[in-house]
Design a protein around this ligand. Structure first.
Ligand code: SF4
Length: 940
């Protein structure tokens, strides 16, 4: 009998059209090819020509198809009809929605613009949304950096004019030793995976420092399960060891950093600790050729690392002296820190020796001539092939800013920044803080704000304070409480607005920020604040406008919902003015465009802002005749001019051949689409290392419009603006901090990196709460966005609390048991699982997997809502009372970054409550519950 084989088509046509755009399943912004069949998304693959991912696509990226078909997508504008939180809405037209928003916002703009608080979450259009807010005239604008990673960004920019991730990358082609600190797997996802693959194939060594061994740390050759919050101490112990053994790049320090810059060393001087400067403001060094103080950038200057200078009765010492005094101190020795950091002293010494060996004994040289800003030509480019990368794990602590600074100091003394094999900036970086704007907060009713909201302060004069010294901003950014809060403090907006401290607001306007759930500390407290009423029965926060593409937990607490599109249905601009997609060797930007049309009554949020701006007659959004200036966001992307010749997109300007600077090109978006959705301009040969000091790079950056003039600068091991705040706290100057903050400013705003214990350690009893509790973001999810995705839910449908072996045994727990976890603020009861590769005093879980019943169109019995949970219930935005009559913020005292990872808990075995605790009433969702199975066919 013959066997009948079925005839199978093993290579079916995947699509009848491919459209190229940019992924938005996380913030990496990979290029994607979207395969369409009969106008519907059939398949998504990576774009092999794209500079970010070169064809690589992660699980999230390919699951985008389920994101654009998710049942949780909002369908139409909504107006609240029941009480806040009831989920009772009626669908309204866009005209009605925008009329209502205008009715609320116009009187505010005309009389008290600061009564609008406009904050956006993880969107990528901040140069646009900040422009809108600036035009409105409110000082109350920021994005989510304050609760994410401002410590990392600000510490990098203040120290060396750039930071990790979007600002820079390891030199994957040359590095021989790569060290990761506190990196979650969803940040910089594909680029790091590709880089790790590259260096591992070459035999380079990877050292992972993280209390938790997952993801990147799981493939590290050496994993260091450090005690949470002690990274800064470990890093400074490495600095101690390198200094003690003389393993520093002294030539690099002398030429390119402020190590030789002179510091006023007279404690009685009102300028004590300030840098000595020439009349033109340039920092002064002693020139080895003349023995005289000279501006650092003069031709032929050879800065002296050791010479002191006495002038007008005052001794000035080089920064390097102060560093040696500080870090050679035995308190930073491996033996002194070992217990606290949880790493054997010998291991600390061994790692320092290994870093030094690779940096100096395995140094590399590229045969590439270059000329520095002093006019000296170098025959070769010398490389120290040790590179570092760090993210939220070290920055989301109350000592995070100084810890990130410490890591940069370590990189710099090794001479491994902007050299072959080290860490390299991506355009538009390097960019020192002086080139960034300062914060602006001057409000004039009916007029735009006096400048950009966010920026970099250089001393007390730049704080955002009113004439009476009170905070100008609702989040109290740029005040004495957190003077260098470069990204604002989104996590404090709702609690401050509720408390009317520093003042009350009228309208809270938010975009992509799930503040009533995983984006807030103290989740139930925030829900209470959003629903609280005053003596008249009116809401304490009178109006809430919210825009999101999905029925998230926040939707139920808004009064007006402006439904956004998904990322495949919209225009977007990944701009050099914002968070670009550049590589160390190239400037690059990209777009999104509607590769499919929305099938619902939704609009891209930025396009909505164009119309709302025109209705409010904001000057930047209105023509002289009063008509709407930009029809939509696409129109803005092409036609907006930020500075002469500079617009949101750098590519195909003018007649299509201009790059960086050029006139508006009406065909610009078409050119991007034809080019695969992106544009790349390579850094010329000879300009791609030593960028802050390399004449060729500086000239190229000016041509590209990244700077207006060459901006060579020194890395700031010693950050003088911090010293200016300390001086004020010591009583110098006219702008003075309140007395209760003086000691904290003196102690924490040290211009050289220090380590101090996380604040929670001194506000709770570490004996009673002996365990550290952390969250991590998984590779397969991006915050809460992935939890509704039918494919990704199958990877992370719930999130056990992982316990190390010691704690599992101590509490007699086994996988699947339940435990109650208590902090000083709250308690949760959750399922547990054993994980051996974990710091022995740390527990952790995946972030934002837990969902509230009724949200995201998930069924109430879904595992996210029954076995999933949030650690947020255990964390408060304020530290517990300490008996001094004050409630201190649970934030970094320098930048205000939320200290998510300072959390301490205690654990006890619990009987199974069947569902994770606490439970919340189910939300009534405007989109209902999705079907049990999601099936559809895109074609025959
Ligand atoms: S790494 Fe992020 S941007 Fe890239 S494919 Fe994955 S989800 Fe998309």
């Amino acid at each position: 009998m013959t066997i009948q084989q079925p005839t199978l088509n093993t290579s079916p046509e995947v699509s009848d059209e491919v459209r190229q755009t940019t992924c938005y399943m996380c913030a990496c912004r990979c290029g994607i090819n979207v395969h369409l069949k009969q106008g519907k998304v059939a398949y998504i693959e990576g774009n092999r020509d794209h500079p970010v991912n070169k064809g690589v696509l992660c699980a999230k990226g390919s699951a985008g198809i389920m994101q654009v078909n998710a049942p949780s997508r909002l369908q139409a504008p909504l107006k609240r009809t029941g009480p806040r939180g009831s989920g009772q809405f009626e669908e309204i037209s866009w005209d009605e929605a925008l009329s209502l928003a205008t009715k609320w916002l116009q009187p505010i703009r005309d009389k008290t613009p600061e009564k609008l608080a406009f904050f956006t979450g993880r969107d990528q259009s901040q140069s646009f949304t900040s422009f809108w807010a600036q035009n409105f005239g409110t000082p109350n604008y920021a994005a989510h950096g304050g609760f994410c990673s401002v410590n990392m960004a600000a510490a990098g920019i203040y120290t060396m004019g750039g930071a990790f991730w979007e600002f820079g990358q390891p030199d994957w082609d040359h590095t021989k030793l790569f060290m990761l600190f506190g990196v979650a797997e969803d940040h910089d996802s594909n680029p790091i995976k590709m880089g790790l693959g590259k260096i591992k194939a070459r035999g380079a060594k990877v050292i992972g420092v993280n209390p938790i061994r997952t993801g990147y740390n799981a493939i590290a050759d050496d994993w260091i399960g450090i005690t949470p919050g002690t990274d800064g101490l470990f890093i400074l112990a490495l600095v101690h060891e390198l200094m003690r053994t003389g393993k520093m790049d002294l030539d690099y320090l002398a030429r390119y950093t402020n190590a030789p810059v002179l510091v006023n060393a007279d404690p009685l001087s009102p300028n004590h600790g300030l840098l000595m400067r020439a009349e033109n403001g340039k920092q002064l060094v002693i020139d080895c050729n003349t023995g005289k103080p000279t501006a650092f950038d003069q031709p032929g200057v050879r800065p002296d690392l050791s010479a002191a200078y006495r002038h007008g009765g005052t001794t000035h010492r080089p920064v390097f002296h102060l560093m040696a005094e500080r870090y050679m101190d035995p308190s930073y020795s491996a033996d002194a820190v070992t217990e606290r950091v949880g790493i054997p002293a010998d291991k600390i010494r061994r790692i320092a020796a290994e870093i030094a060996r690779v940096a100096f004994d395995e140094a590399i040289e590229l045969d590439q001539e270059w000329t520095d800003f002093r006019g000296e030509t170098h025959a070769k480019m010398v490389g120290r092939p040790v590179s570092f990368h760090a993210m939220r794990g070290i920055s989301a602590h109350s000592n995070g800013f100084q810890t990130c600074r410490a890591l940069h100091v370590l990189q710099i003394i090794l001479g491994t920044v902007e050299v072959p094999g080290g860490f390299r900036f991506k355009p538009p970086y390097p960019k020192p803080p002086e080139v960034h704007p300062k914060p602006h907060c001057k409000v004039t009713p009916g007029k735009p704000l006096d400048g950009p909201h966010l920026g970099f302060v250089h001393g007390p004069d730049d704080l955002a304070l009113k004439d009476d010294g009170s905070p100008a901003r609702i989040d109290k950014a740029f005040t004495w409480e957190n003077p260098m809060s470069a990204h604002g403090l989104m996590h404090m907006v709702i609690s401050n607005a509720h408390a009317g401290d520093p003042y009350k607001i009228d309208t809270l306007f938010m975009y992509m920020a799930n503040m009533s759930w995983n984006s807030s500390m103290n989740t139930s407290g925030v829900i209470d604040m959003l629903t609280d009423t005053d003596d008249n029965g009116d809401y304490v926060i009178p109006n809430i406008i919210y825009s999101d593409a999905y029925s998230s937990e926040m939707v139920a607490y808004a009064d007006l919902i402006l439904p956004d599109t998904t990322y495949l249905e919209r225009h977007d601009c990944i701009s050099l003015l914002d968070r670009p997609i550049c590589e160390a060797d190239a400037a690059a930007d990209a777009i999104r465009w509607p590769v499919i049309e929305p099938d619902r009554n939704v609009r891209g949020f930025q396009s909505v802002l164009c119309e709302l701006g025109a209705r409010l007659k904001l000057p930047g959004f209105t023509n002289e005749d009063g008509s709407q200036k930009y029809a939509d966001y696409a129109d803005y992307i092409v036609n907006h001019i930020r500075k002469p010749g500079i617009g949101p997109l750098a590519g195909f300007r003018g007649d299509g051949t201009d790059t960086g600077r050029g006139e508006v090109n009406p065909d610009q978006l078409d050119r991007y689409i034809k080019n695969g959705g992106f544009f790349v301009e390579h850094v010329p040969d000879g300009a791609n290392y030593y960028k802050p000091w390399n004449n060729k790079y500086q000239d190229w950056a000016v041509k590209m419009g990244l700077y207006d003039s060459p901006q060579p600068y020194l890395f700031q091991l010693y950050v003088e603006p911090m010293r200016r705040f300390q001086l004020a706290a010591e009583g110098h100057g006219e702008r003075q901090p309140p007395d209760h903050l003086r000691e904290r400013i003196k102690a924490t705003l040290d211009p050289l990196p220090i380590w101090y214990p996380p604040f929670e350690d001194s506000h709770v009893d570490p004996e009673e709460y002996p365990v550290h509790a952390l969250t991590q973001r998984p590779m397969a999810m991006y915050h809460s966005w992935g939890g509704q995705n039918a494919w990704l839910r199958q990877i992370h449908g719930h999130n056990p609390l992982y316990l190390p072996t010691k704690l599992m045994a101590l509490h007699n727990l086994k996988d699947g048991d339940w435990a109650t976890v208590k902090s000083v603020h709250g308690a949760i009861t959750v399922p547990v699982a054993h994980m051996a590769a974990l710091n022995e005093n740390t527990v952790w879980t995946w972030n934002a997997i837990g969902k509230r019943k009724g949200a995201w169109a998930l069924g109430e019995e879904g595992s996210e809502a029954t076995k999933g949970f949030l650690l947020n219930h255990l964390i408060h935005e304020l530290l517990p009372p300490k008996g001094d009559g004050l409630r201190w913020a649970n934030s970094d005292p320098i930048t205000g970054q939320a200290a998510w990872f300072d959390l301490r808990v205690k654990i006890a075995k619990a009987t199974s409550p069947n569902e994770s605790q606490p439970t919340f009433d189910a939300l009534k969702s405007p989109v209902g519950v999705g079907p049990a199975e999601l099936t559809w066919k895109v074609s025959q």
